[in-house]
Design a protein around this ligand. Structure first.
Ligand code: FAS
Ligand code: PHB
Length: 391
């Protein structure tokens, strides 16, 4: 057993953990990241594709924005379709803001490269991570690496280990309140090396189900179709996927669709979830460890980054000014923004997906929501400010 002491232990080397590590490192705060998977495994997960301006600014400020600035695609709007009708939501004309299309995989790759270059420590394939004493001023994190047991004493633990991580699971249930809505469907996603079908993202509602046309670059596209929650990806051949996607798009777009062999195919379940509070003594939760949103509003990754944008200065303030004001305020500050993103993601999901159980009345309400959105600048401005990111 080895034993040592560091200021902060970050559990999880996803976007939240890596970004927090980067911000702390640049402020001179010593943080070790423990990640249970290998770097290749983490990079192999295909997830988010859209960055809010606030996320892009955070990455630029952390000195990891060069490739994003060179390769990211600036998008001034999205298209929303409803039973073959389409309406462009022009973020720039409405509120003078935009988003950047740059995959989470690339964000993670840039953060990993920066950490490797600086020499800051990340322990990959850290097994059996456990945490203790986070209700004291000397929390302890234990893990095994290549069969050797290790123990780290620290001042703070940042639980950035995602929805299935050890951090939230280590909190006594009586200290935690959770809020959850599980949707009766998932997203079957396909990655393909073909040019995107359109310049911008298309979110389409169709009586057969929701579809999304997204992208990763001018040569690589990302598509999704709503499927029942119990569906299995291997039940879907490429041909079956392309036929279903075409059936859900307006005829002009369907005609333009460039299809090809999928290079990745997976199903993501959809849920809304929030854990409250986000602080337990010297343990803080950030990112998917604290909340989950359905990907409809492109909020998951951005919300994780917003948590880190609040947690990093709080921890830095503790070391610089010996002040606990920031860490005392973190949970309430982060939760205020989290719930607004949960609301927007729920609203976009409710508008665009088929919910069999809501029947004809539910479909009429969805149609009325789309018609209101199509005809109201105020409604479009509301969608634009939520999609491009609230302050
Ligand atoms: P992450 O889950 O990314 O990272 C947590 C890390 O902790 C992982 O690397 C994990 O291996 C590690 N870990 C877990 N338990 C551990 C333990 N016990 N010890 C050590 N390490 C541990 N968001 C969008 O905006 N758009 C999308 O299209 C989208 N699609 C998604 C599809 C899927 C299948 C999933 C699961 C999520 C998707 N998301 C999407 C949301 C996603 O992007 C998350 O919001 C984002 O990854 C959150 O980042 P982190 O909080 O860092 O959590
Ligand atoms: C993606 O490109 O993976 C993507 C884009 C927007 C979303 C969800 C996923 O809302």
């Amino acid at each position: 057993m080895t034993a040592r002491r560091v200021q902060v232990v970050i559990i999880g080397a996803g976007p939240a953990g890596l970004t927090l590590g980067r911000l702390l490192e640049r402020a001179g705060v010593e943080a070790v990241i423990l990640e249970r998977r290998s770097p290749d495994y983490v990079l192999g997960r295909i997830r988010a594709g859209v960055l809010e301006q606030g996320t892009a600014d955070l990455l630029e400020g952390a000195g990891v924005g060069d490739r994003m600035r060179a390769e990211g695609l600036i998008h001034d709007g999205i298209e929303i379709g409803f039973d073959g009708e389409t309406r462009r939501i022009d973020f720039d004309a409405l509120i003078g803001r935009h988003v950047i299309v740059y995959g989470q995989t690339e964000v993670t790759r840039d953060l990993m490269a920066a950490r490797a270059e600086s020499g800051a420590e990340t322990v990959y394939e850290a097994a059996d991570v456990s945490i203790a004493g986070f209700d004291t001023v000397r929390p302890i994190v234990r893990y095994r690496k290549d069969g050797v047991a290790h123990e780290i004493t620290c001042d703070f633990i940042a639980g950035c280990d995602g929805f299935h991580g050890v951090s939230r699971a280590s909190v006594p249930p009586s200290a935690l309140r959770t809020f959850e809505r599980i949707y009766p469907f998932g997203w079957l996603g396909v990655l393909v090396d073909r040019p995107p079908v359109a310049e911008e993202l298309i979110y389409a509602h169709h009586e057969r189900g929701f579809a999304l046309c997204s992208m990763r670059s001018p040569r690589r596209s990302r598509y999704y179709v709503q499927v029942p929650a119990e569906e299995k990806a291997d039940a879907w051949s490429d041909d079956r996927f392309w036929d279903e996607l075409r059936a859900r798009l307006d005829p002009v777009t369907a005609e333009k669709l460039a299809t090809g062999p999928s290079i990745e195919k997976s199903i993501a379940p959809l849920r809304s979830f929030v854990a409250e509070p986000l602080r337990f003594g010297r343990l803080f939760l950030a990112g998917d460890a604290a909340h989950i949103v359905p990907p409809t509003g492109a909020k998951g990754l951005n919300l994780a980054m917003a948590d880190v944008r609040a947690l990093a200065p709080a921890l830095i303030e503790f070391y610089d000014d010996r002040s606990e004001a920031g860490i005392d305020a973190y949970s309430a500050k982060a939760l205020s923004r989290i719930w607004k993103a949960e609301r927007f993601s729920w609203w976009m999901t409710s508008l665009l997906h088929v919910f069999p159980e809501t029947g004809d009345f539910g479909r009429r309400i969805q149609r009325a929501e789309f018609d209101y959105l199509s005809g109201s600048r105020a409604a479009q401005e509301s969608l634009a400010e939520n999609y491009t990111g609230l302050p």
